[in-house]
Design a protein around this ligand. Structure first.
Ligand SMILES: Nc1nc2c(ncn2[C@@H]2O[C@H](COP(=O)(O)OP(=O)(O)OP(=O)(O)O)[C@@H](O)[C@H]2O)c(=O)[nH]1
Length: 264
């Protein structure tokens, strides 16, 4: 510890010691200490003012072009930071949009994305494109799987069904989760005679799906309602017809594919 610091501490302890209260030299010592502190703070103020003048003088000595280049460098730095933020925001927006269009459990397109594609397909067909085929798929007696094995196993089964459906359709077809244990297949520019064999094959693959829970084999099946868009028909009417066909598939024994008649 420096000698000055030691002296300061000694003076402070003498002044704060109640033993010395009333001592004739105590007040003189206190006044001396205060004077010392006042002088110190005056010196510090002067040093600060002097520092300020020196940096102002340095600044004024810089040429106009040096100052211009310095400002330019700062601006470039700000622009780089802003570019980085914009890139991050764009990536975040893309990720959010992607997430808002996907089903969290299966990773398949969700109902919102299916609706967007259905609208697109409706517009394309109005511009002369070939009609599309829709297939509503509903897992049979799915409640029993949940009730017997629990919701987590039910979730795993849904994910595996989704993988089978997704793996079986062509690149430009769309397979999404419509909700719960229902899926929707959209086969653009396809007629029934092409779509039906594809869908029947899919139904077979679901039946053959090798699901194993706690050492036991679990088999599933699904019912399909299929509708081909007829000329001038809006997608919601095609959907309704596919839905009615699905209902008929359920009522007539499940594990089958029913094709909707042209008029619902
Ligand atoms: N594990 C799980 N179950 C779900 C999910 N969404 C819906 N379900 C269940 O799916 C079941 C659907 O049951 P139902 O509508 O009665 O139909 P089902 O038992 O498949 O019978 P049918 O369709 O008539 O053959 C309900 O028990 C729902 O709780 C999900 O994300 N995960």
């Amino acid at each position: 510890m420096s000698a000055e610091r030691e002296l300061d501490q000694l003076v402070e302890s003498l002044l704060s010691d109640p033993q010395h209260y009333g001592h004739p030299l105590r007040e003189a010592l206190a006044r001396l200490q205060q004077q010392n502190l006042d002088q110190l703070s005056r010196l510090e103020r002067i040093a600060r003012i002097s520092d300020g003048y020196q940096s102002l003088a340095r600044e004024q000595n810089l040429s106009l072009s040096e100052r211009y280049h310095r400002q330019l460098r700062q601006l470039e730095k700000v622009a780089r930071i802003s570019d980085r933020y914009q890139d991050m925001l764009r990536d975040l927006n893309l990720a959010l949009k992607e997430a808002s269009l996907r089903d969290a459990l299966t990773g398949l397109p969700n109902r919102r994305m299916l609706m967007e594609r259905l609208r697109d397909e409706e517009q394309r067909s109005q511009c002369g494109a070939q009609p599309f085929v829709l297939a509503m798929v509903d897992v049979d007696h799915f409640k029993q799987i949940n009730d017997t094995w629990g919701h987590d196993v039910g979730d795993q089964v849904l994910s595996q069904i989704a993988a089978v459906l997704q793996g079986a359709v062509r690149g430009y077809d769309l397979c999404g989760r419509w909700g719960g244990e229902e899926f929707l297949l959209l086969l653009p520019e396809t007629s029934l005679n092409i779509a039906v064999p594809v869908i029947e094959r899919l139904r077979g693959r679901l039946r053959d799906l090798d699901l194993c829970v706690a050492g036991e084999r679990l088999s599933i099946s699904a019912s399909f309602g299929v509708a081909e868009q007829h000329p001038g028909e809006g997608y919601s009417q095609t959907l309704n017809r596919a839905d009615s066909a699905l209902l008929e598939a359920k009522h007539s024994g499940r594990d089958r594919c029913v094709i909707a008649p042209l008029q619902a």
